[in-house]
Design a binder for this molecule. Sequence first.
Ligand SMILES: NC(=O)c1ccno1
Length: 251
Amino acid sequence: MRVDVVTIFGEYLQPLSLSLIGRAREEGLLDLRVRDLREHTHDRHRTVDDTPYGGGAGMLMRPEPWGEALDAVLADPPGDARPEGPVLLVPSPAGEVFRQATAVELAAEPWLVFACGRYEGIDARVVEHYASRGVRVREVSLGDYVLNGGEVAVLVIVEAVARLLPGVVGNAASVEEESHAAAHSGLLEHPAYTKPATWRGLDVPAVLTSGHHGLVARWRRDEALRRTARRRPDIVAALDAARCDAADLRV
Ligand SMILES: NC(=O)c1ccno1
């Protein structure tokens, strides 16, 4: 997978050189390229922002540098790029919420491009322009809160996506057993335990040391349902709704 990130703060992305993602880059599973937006400015101060039309607090990122920067990225596709080009992801608190299902969807793409806004964001015409050119543009949000820019969201999204690529996580099966995995209906993961069997007077649940795989599986499923119902009733409600829809289809 090729990932291009356009930003004015490339150093924010240094954590993507560490651990599993760093190793994936060394092994050629992930080709991450960080590009400096300021290289596409032409004034002495390398200006990337200006005041918003209509007034309002803060500054907006100007469209011209973004147009030059994204044109340069799009003119340099990877060999396995799809005919429709990359998915252009713009982190924004006003975007669609990024979920595990989004990560799974994006992990199937050969090429992702991130546009990292700063200040009060990017002139809206940048998204409008590339969408009108047929680029698959998606504004994505990590959640209902505001960051100072898109770079932190890129760290999260790249890690969530790249870890799903074959060969990145040592034990591929473990990805299937995690919270929000489709294989477990998107439930939260059950509690997990390792040695010692007793720690500060707390015992590992006896079923987990029983050697009875069927009982262990049942306990884990029950605990996942219990934890999900307690912490994320919205996930349970969505599952119930999906089952109702499916039942309606079977009538
Ligand atoms: N909530 C977010 O993902 C976000 C991105 C930029 N600012 O906030």
